[in-house]
Design a protein around this ligand. Structure first.
Ligand SMILES: Cc1cc2nc3c(=O)[nH]c(=O)nc-3n(C[C@H](O)[C@H](O)[C@H](O)COP(=O)(O)OP(=O)(O)OC[C@H]3O[C@@H](n4cnc5c(N)ncnc54)[C@H](O)[C@@H]3O)c2cc1C
Ligand code: FES
Length: 621
């Protein structure tokens, strides 16, 4: 990628009532950032907010497009003639929302009035006229989903792959609109496997892709009125997947459902983290790789994950100045390093990518420091600087070491959180595994979840890198083919042996990441002060949570605190605050995450327009 400079604003739009032009061939969020307009909405006090994850998870980029509120600007392409309103406050974006409590109902234990995007679940049994039958439906077109689709289709299975993004590739193999000029971000050697798999998926008959399509609920897997199958009770009709995309709401009836929804960056709250210009490192990369857009001209990256190095080098190549890369951990000792190198054996392209990135940073004179964290983002309406400080070996800030680094973007990268919401909403069992990202799906060796007819692969089953995602996707597909009866015998046995070997070999990467860069969740909690917002959507502070815990001593579960404080009830549905809430509750109460539990996942797991639901109401299961 070469210097991106200032993009040409070539697409006429109406922005906040003014006729203007935005650079096309990218998302609306990227276009707004490119023209120096990083704020997309306002909080209740009128302070600006901007894109944080840039991958459809946080809803901080929510704008109104052509009169439809709560449109994620990071997922919405710039279109000629579109009418965009930024600066909406949460109460205007959710006009139906009242802050009063109603009567709790199944699936809505809080009794809150539904906001646009909320829906009351109706499991039902009848077949929808809009339903489509498929052998296999895969949610997610990342490495795991692509590998599974190719494997299953090769064996004659009819596969539908749905993904929210405009193109296949998931997080790592994200690429821009092919019509937009510029070099291919996947041209590097490290992405050779990705290029090959993307090409194979495009060339394999039997795979249908449906992009710009969000999977928002799984029905037909539950029996009891509260939505969850009672232990030991028969599961009714098999999974039905509700999706929302360009064709509106549809219900898919797969014989097998494979969930490969991937992961997102661990959100880490610290004072100032809600300022426009503060993003996750993955968000900064998504803007760059997927939309040829620099999040800032002078960027600070901080965290503990090696992705910081890769993204810093990509920013340098794209013409940004990287002011500093700050790692919280100290360099690993020789013992850890030796084991790490063992785990990297066979991972040549990854090692080469890391070394090349470090060389780029050295040549560009970018300081890479260890034992350093970001403790504050400074600025009024947008970021103007980061305060960095030294930490001890336990990641505790050493007072008096704070220093100000001017910048216009900050990216944090402390690892990833598996996107288990859809699977948990379906009723799949999850278990806490901190080093693997938090709540991960329980699965057997063949990648079957705890529910019949639902498999999972990739980061959902534990964060372990793209190679492991590919291996688990293949392994799941082979079991699905066996279960559908499309393959058996010696050929299957041979493929199964290879797949098992690949899963075991690539799984060692997880161990490496765990040893060298797992976030110290307890220490990270100390970065926030009482006024720091833990729940960005509902604007619930750390202080408010601490009070709720103190005033209600037996309440230590995440769901109980959600009922008391509204943390986790906003459009992102707890994806942003869930991990910090778990860490804070563990600190305050001493209860382990398994006792705290995840925030309950309800359909729709991502907001969808009320209008679309209403139009499809008669057809929903
Ligand atoms: C932001 C980010 C950047 C990364 N960058 C790198 C990198 O540069 N190098 C590297 O080695 N590793 C990187 N990783 C890690 C790497 O991407 C993963 O290890 C790998 O992509 C995992 O593959 P996957 O198939 O499990 O999931 P993903 O690649 O995450 O794919 C999941 C797909 O599911 C889709 N999806 C999720 N929920 C829904 C839904 N409800 N409805 C429809 N679609 C849905 C998403 O849009 C996505 O395309 C990154 C991870 C993240 C989160
Ligand atoms: S920035 Fe768009 S959803 Fe997070």
């Amino acid at each position: 990628m070469s210097d991106l400079g200032t993009p040409h604003a070539d697409t006429p739009v109406t922005l906040d009532g003014r006729r203007t032009s935005l650079p096309g061939g990218r998302s609306l969020a990227a276009a707004l950032i490119a023209i120096g307009h990083p704020a997309t909405r306002l909080d209740r006090a009128g302070r600006p907010r901007g894109p944080y994850c840039a991958m459809g998870v946080c809803f901080e980029c929510a704008v109104t497009v052509d009169g439809v509120p709560l449109v994620r600007a990071c997922q919405e392409p710039v279109r000629a003639g579109m009418c965009v309103e930024t600066g909406t406050t949460p109460d205007r974006a959710h006009p139906g929302a009242t802050r009063t409590r109603g009567t709790p109902t199944p699936g809505n234990e809080t009794g809150d009035a539904p906001v646009p995007g909320d829906a009351v679940e109706s499991p039902g049994t009848g077949e929808s006229t809009m339903s489509e039958r498929w052998d296999l439906v895969v949610v997610g077109a990342g490495p795991a989903g692509l590998a599974a689709a190719v494997t299953a289709a090769r064996h004659g299975t009819r596969v539908l792959v749905v993904d929210e993004q405009a193109r296949p590739g998931g997080q790592i193999w994200r690429r821009p609109d092919p019509a937009s000029p510029g070099p291919d971000p996947l041209a590097a050697h490290a992405y050779a496997a990705g290029r090959a798999l993307l090409a194979e998926a495009a060339a394999t008959s039997g795979i249908t892709f449906r992009h710009g399509t969000t999977a928002w609920g799984v029905f037909g897997t539950r029996t009891t009125p509260d939505g969850f199958a009672a232990p030991g009770s028969p599961v009714p009709a098999g999974p039905r997947l509700a999706v929302h995309g360009p064709a509106g709401v549809q219900v898919l009836l797969p014989r097998a459902l494979l969930l490969t929804a991937g992961a997102y960056d661990l959100p880490v709250p610290y004072p100032g983290w809600t300022l426009p210009g503060v993003l996750t490192v993955g968000g900064i990369q998504a803007l760059l790789k997927g939309h040829r857009t620099l999040a800032g001209r002078r960027v600070v990256l901080a965290g503990s994950h090696p992705l910081l190095i890769v993204v810093a080098a990509q920013l340098v190549h794209a013409g940004a100045e990287v002011a500093e890369v700050a790692f919280a951990q100290r360099p690993p000792g020789p013992g850890v390093l030796a084991r790490a190198l063992g785990a990297l054996a066979g991972n040549g392209p990854k090692v080469a990518e890391g070394i090349a990135a470090l060389r780029t940073l050295r040549r560009a004179g970018v300081p890479v420091r260890t034992g350093t964290v970001v403790v504050r983002a400074r600025g009024e309406d947008r970021v103007t600087g980061a305060v960095l400080a030294r930490v001890d070996r336990d990641w505790r800030v050493e007072s008096g070491t704070e220093r100000h680094v001017p910048c216009d973007a900050i990216g944090t990268g402390f690892g990833f959180v598996p996107s288990t919401e859809l699977a948990r909403q379906a009723g799949c069992e999850a278990t806490w595994n901190g080093p693997a990202g938090g709540w991960v799906l329980v699965h057997d060796e063949a990648m079957r979840t705890s529910l019949p007819d639902i498999w999972a692969a990739g980061e959902l089953t534990g964060v372990a890198g793209a190679e492991h995602a590919v291996a688990t996707g293949r392994r799941a597909a082979l079991d699905i083919c066996r279960s559908l009866g499309v393959v058996d015998g010696a050929a299957l046995d041979r493929e199964l042996r290879t797949a098992r070997r690949e899963v075991a070999a690539t799984g060692r990467m997880a161990e490496l990441l765990d040893r060298t860069c797992a976030p110290d969740r307890a220490a990270l909690t100390e970065l926030a002060d009482d006024d720091t917002q833990l729940c960005r959507c509902e604007e619930v502070t750390f202080g408010r949570i601490r009070c709720a815990v103190r005033d209600n001593p037996p309440q230590a579960t995440a769901d109980a605190i959600k009922l008391l404080t509204r943390a986790g009830m906003g459009p992102c549905q707890g994806r942003m605050c869930g991990p910090a809430l778990t860490a804070l509750l563990q600190r305050e109460t001493g209860v382990a995450p398994a006792g705290i539990g995840p925030l309950a996942a309800r359909a729709p797991v991502k907001p969808i327009p009320m209008e679309a639901l209403a139009r499809a109401h008669d057809d929903l299961p």
